[in-house]
Design a binder for this molecule. Sequence first.
Ligand code: F6P
Length: 538
Amino acid sequence: MGWDKQRLEQVARTRLGGARLIVVANREPYIHCYRNGEVEWIRPAGGLTTALDPVMQACGGVWVAHGSGDADLEVCDTNGRVGVPPDDPNYVLRRVWLTRDEEEGYYYGTANSMLWPLCHQVFCRPTFDPTHWEVYRKVNEQFAQAVLEEAAGGPALVFVQDYHFALLPRMLKAARPDLVVAQFWHIPWPNPEKLLVCPWAKELLEGMLGNDLLAFHTQYHCNMFLDTVDRTLECRIDRERFAVVCGGQDTTVRPYPISVDPELAKEYLGDNWEVRAAAIRKKHRLGKRPVIVGVDRVDYTKGIPERLRAVDRLLQKHPELKGQFHFIQIGAPSRTHIPAYRDLTDEVQELAEKINWEHGTDSWQPVVFLNEHYGPEDIFVLYRMAAACVVSSLHDGMNLVAKEFVTTRDDERGVLVLSKFTGAASELVDSVLVNPFDVDEMAEGLLLSLTMSVGEQERRMRRMRAQVEDCNIYRWAGMLLSEVGKRVPEPEPPVEVTNQESATTQSDLILEETQQGLERLIARENYLTAMRLAAAGM
Ligand code: F6P
């Protein structure tokens, strides 16, 4: 039996019992913003939100995230809550508000200038700034507070996402030991030599070992994590069970490769995708020529300059291809407050111009660089109309663009050129696998994608589609919930109620609210005491 939304709903019902599901992720699944004076909403770029939104739609619950849109406050209640998806709400988004300084220290600083380069093999030196680290700790506390409020008054499973919240699991457990806490680390975990240059490595690891379950994309990253713990902390590592026992907390460490919802392709393509594809061809003067696409946030881990250099190399080695194809790069602006990201945008822009100048003509430009945010409705049309899609990350935990591309190809055509250094490469073995650091290998890969026979394309695409169909996002979430759900307490058997007892009065409601308020206060008090003890090193 395959995995779909219904099966996940069933697993969530049985595994969660009465426990509330609370997802914590820095990025919110829907951002409200002002456009021409009106409030609109958009979906952010990035795999995490695309993958988790369908899970939340299936399971229900609360998603706690940073409210980053300029109209976010406008649409929320006084507790920062709003129902989502905005056009048909079925779960709650609880927004946490951060000041500019908090964003600077926590998101741009520790998360994206320290942990991001530290965990990826991209030769970008991480920044270790004690002020940023202090703010990161404070923002983790702020999120802990929001989660405790959402979890007040009952059992809950808290599912923490990513490297923005390494300290949060331990904080939650200190305040509410009964909470079941799991974390998915969406980016790679480096080898101990690399990680241990971080001045706060010990605190990071202790924070993460507050989890009941800690999940990575691959077994290799789990092994690297266990090796790092082994070299750093006094604790017991059980390599049979892949678990760490540290300070009374038992953390299982397992691989769960994330995926996408294959059904979304039909939804986003709709029945007029060909009309939209024709409009794209007209707008960018593509004629009927084959198109190779790249879709990324403009991030130095994604290997965008490397793939442009490969286009250049291909045209140098095969001048007969001039005028024969286009390369379209969607580059969603990302983290532009960080100089390395701004420099990268300039580099990509300059490279695109250089290639067009050297190889192009008035009527044919090989590279189209679209440095804007596009929604999935446009991106999926590009995937569907392309001859090939290139994913050339220098290092990537998974890369969901590769999987999304495959889900749009119900024609069983199109070639995926994929970096060997992505998590996706171990599943999508029928792609054209390349080393993005090797410009000749990349150029060969592009050439193959333009010349592969239809039969070969079909054979490869069929197998990749089957892989993503089977190992989809519902399976990912279902397997995770099944594992972590073992720790959720059995729900209390229903109590017989008489008619008199069941009649809810106004005072019952007030009592219930007061009770919840009291529980929140107690949780906050426990939490602050735990923090004070931790700070005093006890
Ligand atoms: O895991 C990588 C990640 O941080 C995810 O949150 C998301 O897929 C992507 O990068 C987007 O980054 P940001 O939220 O910083 O725009």
